[in-house]
Design a protein around this ligand. Structure first.
Ligand SMILES: [Zn+2]
Length: 119
């Protein structure tokens, strides 16, 4: 299975509202379809998550730019997370926190990214 970066749009109850597959382990292109999915789901979206199949467990510079643009476009506080083979990092209210008790979709995101479940 190909390892690739994957994006999930998460709604109430951990439902995956939208999935977008990147073209490699370290890149997912900005896509109009993804922006439209985010906009269409803006009222029910709870969290925006993506994988870093090769790490690191941190938000990249590109992630920071995208998060700022989304927060500005949607005009409401958003929750973002990054999932790696061994962990999950969540940004909420401006603070980053390691998530020890992961939601069920974190392993779904790993599986979609070509990774095994968290050990
Ligand atoms: Zn990223």
């Amino acid at each position: 299975m190909t390892v690739r970066e994957v994006f999930f749009l998460i709604g109430e109850g951990g439902a995956v509202l939208h999935r977008d597959d990147g073209e490699s382990a370290s890149h997912i292109a900005d896509s109009r379809a993804r922006w439209e999915a985010i906009w269409e789901n803006r009222d029910q979206l709870v969290e925006l998550a993506h994988s870093h199949p090769a790490g690191p467990l941190a938000f990249s510079h590109e992630d920071e730019t995208t998060m700022a643009a989304l927060a500005s476009a949607l005009g409401k506080p958003l929750v973002f997370s990054v999932v790696t083979p061994g962990g999950m990092l969540r940004r909420q209210g401006g603070a980053d926190e390691r998530v020890e008790s992961e939601p069920g979709w974190a392993d779904d995101l790993r599986r979609a990214s070509g990774l095994p479940p968290r050990p």
